[in-house]
Write a protein that binds this ligand. Structure first.
Ligand SMILES: [Zn+2]
Length: 222
């Protein structure tokens, strides 16, 4: 298993895929929310688990953000969609349990025989970083996958606040549409998104397809 030093994680960070309700003037009232208090304290004390081992930290705005490794998997799935389905169940399980987004870069061995992914989270409702972190023996593709929350409203944490485009006042909630790609998703390149109901893939707003209905059970298991 590959070790990731802080510096390694930082150098592999590309950007955050942020699910901002308020992005780019799109419908939806979103907004109602913010609470000041939740936090980094909570995150810090959770180090180790239940979020997973800390891979490293990196700056975002004026904050340092920790990335946690949830799990790592390598598979001989027959194609990318089949591998994404495997990952979707794992990501969904984490999000159902912890209530945060989780994500992974889809990686592949150079000979094309195996797929790999390192599942990560920052413990946010609103964002998950796009990195090039891969299991040993695999290299990153251009595609990633992330989970959406299982609720349509949440109270933003202080960590969420650094990714949301505006401040939320006390008692306001952020509204989301978990079964749709967010404007932020479309801005950050092709990828899969899993929610309670479905696994979807997008390569731009005009190119969204249903990959799998999550109630149907996995087609391929490692
Ligand atoms: Zn999203």
């Amino acid at each position: 298993m590959r070790r990731h030093e802080e510096h390694d994680t930082e150098s592999t960070l590309q950007q955050f895929r942020t699910d901002q309700a308020d992005a780019a003037g799109r419908r939806r009232p979103r907004v109602l929310g913010r609470m000041l208090a939740v936090t980094l304290l909570a995150l810090g004390s959770a180090r180790g688990d239940p979020l997973g081992a800390e891979l490293g930290t990196f700056p975002h705005g004026d904050r340092m953000v920790s990335v946690f490794r949830i799990d790592e998997t390598v598979s001989d799935a027959p194609d990318q969609d089949a591998f994404a389905i495997e990952l979707a169940y794992r990501l969904n399980a984490f999000t159902a349990r912890e209530g945060f987004e989780a994500c992974a870069r889809i990686c592949r061995s150079n000979d094309g025989a195996r797929w790999g992914a390192t599942l990560i989270t920052i413990g946010s409702h609103a964002a998950c970083p796009q990195t090039r972190i891969c299991p040993s023996g695999t290299v990153p593709t251009d595609v990633d996958i992330h989970s959406h929350l299982r609720v349509e409203r949440y109270r933003p944490s202080a960590l969420d606040g650094i990714f949301l485009v505006r401040h939320y006042s006390y008692r306001e909630l952020v509204h989301t549409d978990p079964e749709q790609f967010s404007p932020g998703d479309f801005r950050t390149g092709p990828g899969y998104m899993v929610n309670r109901q479905t696994l979807l893939f997008q390569d731009g707003e005009s190119d969204v397809r249903l990959v799998w209905r999550m109630g149907e059970g996995a087609t391929h298991r490692p």
